[in-house]
Design a protein around this ligand. Structure first.
Ligand code: PMH
Length: 370
């Protein structure tokens, strides 16, 4: 349960989510946009983001895990929902009863699945591995086996898809190889598949950079949240995105320390002079991990470095002057005309922006700006 009685919170701008969906739909001249809301909508809140994305023109929801699909089905009784990951065959009946589309790519899985179905129609999308090397069919022969296993069963192939490993990079060779492999695969397998198939191959990067390659729809994840998939794509600015996620806290303690005074565990930080130190109620117990030490937060538009070791529930920042208790601290987002972005935090942590909102835990309540 989120601690609502603590001055640390996230704000999710649903107008930004809608803006990004509309931008993508226009960019694709109205192909389908599947809102990828797995991992609690990349940490933004699955229900609220799904609703905003659907209102803005997304036509389907895509998740990674069957339980995410079951939860969303509670709120969205009619929307097509695709589970993009592997689901154990013993759950196919529950999937069929909830009209949830699963991903299939193994003949053995199909054979087991049909033994659990009692005639209910189960929708599946075939996953083709053209080079992501994670899950998926890797040859035409494999495809024939899987398709044959579905024959005369209640398992209906309603889509095929593949996933790109390098669509966000400057070197396009591997992307082109995957695209070529998929086209070749589809040309050979299509005659054995139903006509009204949904074909979708692109993530945010491919959809933004190569909209004409995109077949029927795109699986829109990171950029629906207003984040570019990589510095390369950010540099190209194929569409203008609005970041949705902001993270705030408030000063709960302010003190003046003298030269040589130590801050936090290990006494690793020593004040270099008389300094004003602020304490904020966020720590690695919230996913604000220890490696964020020396990253900066904004107070009154000023960059204030995180000094000393980050604790489980609290962190210290060096202030540019004394501030009142309760003064707002911007950890991610805009403060006056200064801005700390998800990309800044990712760069500091030597990771990608995707990871940051996902690791911010449920002790940080998410509030929604509609
Ligand atoms: C199969 C599949 N399709 C679409 C997306 C959306 O990609 P985007 O967020 O770049 O638009 C993902 C994201 N998968 C992951 C994102 O980060 N790690 C992943 O495995 C995915 O796994």
């Amino acid at each position: 349960k989120s601690a609502y009685h603590r001055d640390t919170w996230a704000e999710i701008d649903l107008q930004a989510i809608k803006h990004n969906v509309v931008e993508m739909k226009n960019h694709l001249n109205n192909k389908e946009v599947f809102a990828v809301v797995k991992a609690d909508a990349y940490g933004h809140g699955e229900k609220e983001v799904a609703e905003a994305a659907l209102n803005a023109g997304a036509s389907r929801l895509a998740v990674a895990v069957f339980d995410e699909a079951l939860r969303l089905r509670e709120h969205f009784p009619e929307v097509p929902i695709l589970v993009m990951g592997w689901t154990a065959p013993q759950y196919v009946r529950l999937a069929a009863q909830n009209n949830i589309t699963l991903t299939a790519f193994q003949t053995e899985w199909v054979n087991q699945a049909k033994s659990y179905l009692k005639g209910e129609p189960l929708s599946i999308h075939l996953k083709v591995d053209t080079g992501m090397g994670r899950i998926g069919i890797r040859s035409v022969e494999e495809a024939y086996d899987v398709i044959r296993a579905c024959d005369n069963t209640s398992i209906k192939i309603t889509g095929v898809f593949t996933h790109f490993a390098t669509a966000d990079e400057s070197d396009l060779l591997y992307y082109q190889q995957q695209l070529g492999a998929f086209k070749q695969w589809l040309k050979q397998v299509k005659p054995h598949l139903p006509d009204d198939l949904t074909v979708h191959i692109g993530n945010s990067a491919a959809a933004m950079r190569f909209p004409d390659d995109m077949y029927d729809g795109v699986r829109f994840g990171i950029s629906m949240y207003g984040l570019y998939p990589s510095p390369t794509v950010k540099g190209e600015q194929p569409i203008k995105l609005k970041p949705a996620f902001s993270l705030y806290s408030r000063l709960i303690h302010v003190k003046k320390v003298h030269k040589g005074d130590a801050i936090s565990y290990g006494a690793t930080y020593k004040a270099q002079d008389e300094e004003w130190i602020g304490t904020i109620p966020i720590g690695y117990g919230d996913g604000w991990i220890r490696k964020l030490q020396d990253f900066s937060a904004l107070v009154d538009g000023n960059k204030c470095p995180i000094v000393g070791r980050i604790c489980m529930d609290q962190s210290m920042i060096k202030l540019n002057r004394p501030y009142e208790l309760g003064t707002k601290v911007t950890l991610i987002g805009e403060d006056q005309n200064a801005f700390v972005s998800m990309d800044d935090a990712a760069e500091h942590l030597e990771t990608i922006n995707y990871e940051i909102p996902c690791i911010l835990g449920q002790r940080i309540p998410r509030f929604y700006i509609t």
